[in-house]
Write a protein that binds this ligand. Structure first.
Ligand SMILES: [Zn+2]
Length: 480
């Protein structure tokens, strides 16, 4: 079993990596149609400033009737803005609690985000700023002001100068981004400067910004790593969940190992950023789980309101499953990772119910691993009830057809629809109301996953066929 499951997937070889020199203009058509009619309510222009140090100058030109109340989604970084009238009058306005109201007659709003000063003051940070040499990474929510109220259909144009940038969206042939007002609510991660590479999958493109230099990694190696992770998402979903996404990779000096930290922001489309040890070697990526974990978040809908145990549980469960399906780890390794994760999640939570454990902290190990155990349980129950013809993958597919966001209730309804009978609520109650991980022993015993003094072994069990289907090698679109 090990030999068969351990073979690398031939499909990986089909990932094309294209390196783009800075300054090369992509010849692909704009992903977003220009909505001709009305002029944009707001026209943003960003300037990447280098001297005396890196900063971002933001100018917003307001059309007549444009909103006058603005805010920074993450307040604190910009203290004042200037409001310019048509007659030349200028007023400096203080930003309070992230908000500012422009006087009547304001035509242009300007301010500077002191990027390097912030990094110096607070240390490098995924949101407020990081990067190396001439390249910088920052979250839009920190520096990009947005209207307090975004009306449906509000049009926004954005252009930039001073550096090549990788924003979540795709510009038109003239470099102008045609956005909706909603795009500014979570404007994702932004990369300025650096180098670019591109991954082409059969059904998707990953545009990648490399924001600094690596000692042992070529840009091609970075894109090959991200391409393999994206391929692994295609062992869970029938296709890659978005036609184009952007990924920013930030070197971290003095940090051993491959990925240090990763995050996905729910811009539209989502944007991913990952920090990587500057001294990492290409072979370090073999055991990396961060890139595939972040990309697996694209496989489920955004849950509103947020349900961290569910979104992290799905991504954590599938991180092990997808790496086995692709052949990057064998079945035994995948089950060993899952059992080890459950043990780490259980530490300190022996007497708490799952409900208590997940309410303590938004992103604790208990959140990730109680969620992953529940995801496994749902997958196994779905397979048992459908004669191993359907599973959790089908739930994600079902939800994807219904839009990019969902709720816990809709997730439960999708599980029941795939099961062909009520399943979700009773199963969730069993997990939530009992001590966290109380369901683990019975579930693993039925699957024939035994945790002994010499590690995990796979033995015959009532559901061992289902166990082998969960992590069985497959290529995109193939049902187990
Ligand atoms: Zn996650």
């Amino acid at each position: 079993m090990k030999a068969v499951l351990g073979r690398p997937r031939p499909g990986w070889l089909a990932v094309t990596v294209i390196l783009l020199g800075l300054g090369l203009v992509s010849c692909r058509a704009s992903g977003r149609q220009r909505a001709s009619e009305a002029p944009a309510a707001l026209r943003y222009h960003l300037t990447y400033v280098r001297v005396p140090e890196h900063a971002l100058d933001v100018e917003v030109v307001l059309a007549r009737g444009a909103p006058r109340d603005f805010l920074f989604s993450q307040p604190g970084a910009v203290k004042t803005v200037s409001a310019h009238r048509e007659d030349g009058g200028v007023r400096t306005l203080t930003v309070e609690d992230g908000r500012v109201s422009l006087p009547r007659g304001t035509r242009v709003l300007r301010y500077r985000y002191a990027l390097d000063a912030f990094i110096r003051e607070r240390g490098p940070d995924f949101f407020q700023g990081s990067g190396e040499g001439d390249a910088r990474h920052v979250a839009g929510r920190v520096y990009l002001i947005r209207p307090l109220v975004v009306t449906p259909g509000m049009r926004v144009e954005l252009s930039l100068s001073g550096a090549e940038a990788l924003l979540p969206w795709h510009p038109d042939a003239h470099g102008i981004y045609h956005l909706r007002g909603e795009d500014l609510v979570d404007s994702g991660f932004h990369g300025f400067g650096g180098r670019r590479c591109q991954v082409r999958l059969p059904d998707a493109v990953l545009d990648v910004a490399i924001l600094g230099h690596f000692t042992h990694l070529s840009d091609a190696a970075v894109c090959t790593w991200l391409g393999k992770a994206a391929e692994e998402v295609r062992t869970v979903r029938r296709g890659f969940p978005h036609p184009r996404i952007t990924v920013r990779v930030i070197p971290v000096p003095g940090h051993p190992g491959p990925s240090v930290f990763g995050m996905v922001r729910w811009s539209s489309p989502p944007s991913i950023s990952i920090s990587v040890g500057q001294e990492a070697w290409p072979e370090d990526f073999e055991r990396d789980w961060v890139a595939v974990h972040e990309m697996l978040h694209l496989a489920h809908p955004v849950f509103l309101p947020r349900v961290p145990w569910l979104s992290e549980g799905l991504a954590t469960y599938y991180t092990e499953v997808a790496r086995a399906r692709s052949g990057r780890q064998d079945a035994l390794q995948a089950w060993t990772e899952l059992v080890g994760g459950f043990a780490r999640g259980r530490e300190g939570n022996e007497t708490r119910t799952m409900e208590e454990a997940v309410s303590q902290d938004g992103f604790s190990l208990a959140v990730y691993w109680t969620g992953a155990l529940f995801a496994l349980h749902v997958d196994v129950e779905l397979r048992r009830l459908t004669g191993n013809t359907r599973g959790l993958d089908d739930v994600l597919e079902w939800l994807a057809r219904r839009g990019s966001s969902s709720t816990l209730g809709a997730f439960g309804a999708a599980v029941d629809a795939i099961a062909g009978q009520p399943l979700f609520n009773a199963l969730l109650e069993r997990h939530l109301r009992r001590p966290a991980f109380a369901e683990q022993a019975g579930l693993l015993e039925a699957l024939g996953v035994q945790d002994g003094p010499n590690g995990v072994s796979l033995i015959p069990g009532r559901d061992s066929l289902l166990r082998d289907s969960v992590v069985g090698r497959r290529s995109h679109g193939e049902t187990p």
